[in-house]
Design a protein around this ligand. Structure first.
Ligand code: ADP
Ligand code: PAZ
Length: 246
């Protein structure tokens, strides 16, 4: 018997299958292909429980798929019981993906000061203290969003969102390189800056780095981090077990 985990972000939906605490397999899909993917996963796996975490547009058919197959499910919301104390001042507006990241922090690093950085459409920073209290963090434009913004808000800058790049020089000697340095190296410096600030206050800080852009960004960081590609899915699985452990 397995758990189905759905993390619907603003760029991609991620689908994962867990057995107990272990991720068995996962896929990154476009939102439009999600229902088809779920059908094939349900056909190929014996799914008993599921959790939906959606920070993007509502997909009305989603719940009926689980109801039709009599799968117990949770649609993560502001009222879902959580394995940590949520001290966010506006819990109703807190992103459900951010709740999942905080849950993963307390599940995998209990009673520690943890900063979770998720480099997705936006870069989010979640701070959980050694009392298992979630305090909040930071919301910042993600890598693709930076490229998109430079293109959208100027007359002369190209759209570089889908242009691959690797090592970048200090000095950008053409438009493309200058923009790539600004977007990627600039974001890496932002991330290092926040890590440094948190470390000044919490010297024993554990830093977890996840999200679709974690690979391209982590190699540009000065600070050492723990790369955790499926950290959000692990947090969702933990919330699912916390609520439907029978
Ligand atoms: N194989 C890939 N295909 C497309 N995008 C990828 C791939 N690997 C990493 N990415 C990056 O992942 C980012 C989205 O990250 P993700 O964590 O899925 O965001 P969100 O949760 O906001 O949907 C994209 O902006 C893209 O730069
Ligand atoms: C900040 C986010 C857009 C991040 O979404 P993502 O980049 O992971 O798709 C999402 O967590 C959200 O909509 N948050 C609501 C505001 C808040 O958390 O306070």
């Amino acid at each position: 018997m397995s758990n189905l985990i759905l993390d619907i972000g603003n760029t991609f939906a991620k689908v994962a299958v867990f057995q107990q605490d272990n991720i068995v397999t996962w896929w990154r899909v476009e939102r439009d292909d999600l229902l088809e993917k779920i059908s094939s996963v349900l056909f190929e796996n014996l799914i008993r429980k599921a959790i939906i975490c959606n920070v993007s547009v509502v997909i009305p058919e989603l719940e009926s798929v689980f109801k039709a197959q009599q799968i117990d499910f949770i649609h993560l919301s502001a009222t879902t019981p959580l394995p940590f104390r949520n001290l966010y001042a506006t819990p109703r507006t807190l992103g459900k993906d951010r709740i999942a990241l905080a849950a993963a922090a307390v599940g995998y690093y209990p009673a520690r000061n943890v900063l979770v950085i998720d480099a997705g459409s936006c870069v989010t920073y979640e701070f959980i203290n050694d009392q298992n209290e979630y305090l909040g963090g930071v919301i910042s434009p993600g890598l693709k969003m930076r490229f998109a913004a430079m293109h959208s808000f100027t007359a002369g800058l190209p759209d570089l969102r889908d242009q691959p790049f690797d090592d970048l020089p200090l000095i950008g000697d053409d438009t493309k390189t200058g923009m790539q340095i600004g977007a990627a190296e600039g974001l890496a410096r932002e991330i290092d800056g926040f890590i440094d600030d948190y470390k000044k206050k919490y010297s024993d800080l554990t830093v977890i780095f996840t999200g679709g852009d974690h690979e391209i960004l982590s190699k540009r960081l000065k600070n050492s981090i723990f790369a955790a590609p499926n950290f959000l899915a692990k947090g969702l699985n933990y919330i699912l077990e916390f609520n439907l452990n029978k």
